[in-house]
Design a protein around this ligand. Sequence first.
Ligand code: NPG
Length: 386
Amino acid sequence: MTGHDRDELPGIDIGSVELRRIELPLVTPFQTSFGTWSFRDILLVHVIATGPDGPVEGWGECVAGTQPLYSSEYTAAAEEVTAEHLLPRLFAAGVGHADQVEGALAEVRGHRMAKAAVEAAVLDAELRAAGRSMAEHLGATADRVPVGVSIGILPTIEDLVATAGRHLDEGYARIKVKIKPGWDVEPCRRLREALGGDFGLQVDANAAYRPGDVDTLRALDEFDLLLIEQPYPEERIVDNIELVRALRTPVCLDETIVDEAVCDDVLRLGAADVINIKPGRVGGHLAGKRIHDACLAAGVPVWHGGMLETGVGRAANLALAALPGFTLPGDISAAARYWATDIVTEPAVLEPDGTIRVPSGPGIGVDIDLGVLADVTTSVALHERP
Ligand code: NPG
């Protein structure tokens, strides 16, 4: 359960890092309380290294969006901070193991999504060099993980009911509905009326409510929700403690949990019933694992969030989501939910039992489709170790 020590890994010699921007259209636009996404503009970090048996490569996906709407990070800034501030430190420190990345980059404040992508690429390369899967390395105990689907805000409640019904028929283990003031109680009522009380239903506010809205949030108690995610702004921890006490529905935090320290405060204060773990948001999969361990020790359930990742980010997320504390279905839908064509050769598919298989090959366990990658690339910059 503790995973493997990196001391057992031979390590790598990083010669260069390629920063690649790609643009991928979503199969349908995805609307949240903070904006609408019709495509993803993604930074990929590609580590080119030498391992004990020769050349090895690794890939990491940065989850930042085109605009700073979910959090302050955004793709162009992530590329700049990586090129100008992170890679020079990575090279100067002579990093050869993924668990050295966080320390090498620590003096740069924030920019956790950018740091997470660098760490993910180093980890993938290091594990490929060692012939070990990320799942095994992190301490996975499952070979498949239950997954749900996240449904954005749609033009009508009828559209929502039809979309949710279709996803349940496909086999998804639960439905998450994006909410905002004016699109909350009624959509949940109609979903329960039309589709019944048995399926797992949860809502995500992306920080769209204020303490004055507590009556609306309490009205959601009626629908037997698995949880309500991030009702208040990221910084409102004390308001959240009051909300945990006021609602029967479990309160989950996402945007608030920017790192291990904040998660520790939240656990000690009882400011959340459930924690959403997104490796990009907390600075990497290794920090994500430590947060998982802390929540497991505290008896607080966790689940794995999603940020509209390609197959690269999705594969790494599946490895983490296979740890034992992830007891609620993750936002790790099949690739086809988002992409007409993924950039990996084996896109994630939904099994009939509502799970997705955890890749078991070395590193993230999936390979890049270089033809597709070339087609969707908008820029490439190679940074060589001085
Ligand atoms: O399945 O990848 C997915 C998306 C799940 O709703 C989802 N993500 O707020 O959690 C969120 C939301 C999101 C999407 C956040 C894109 C940031 C960017």
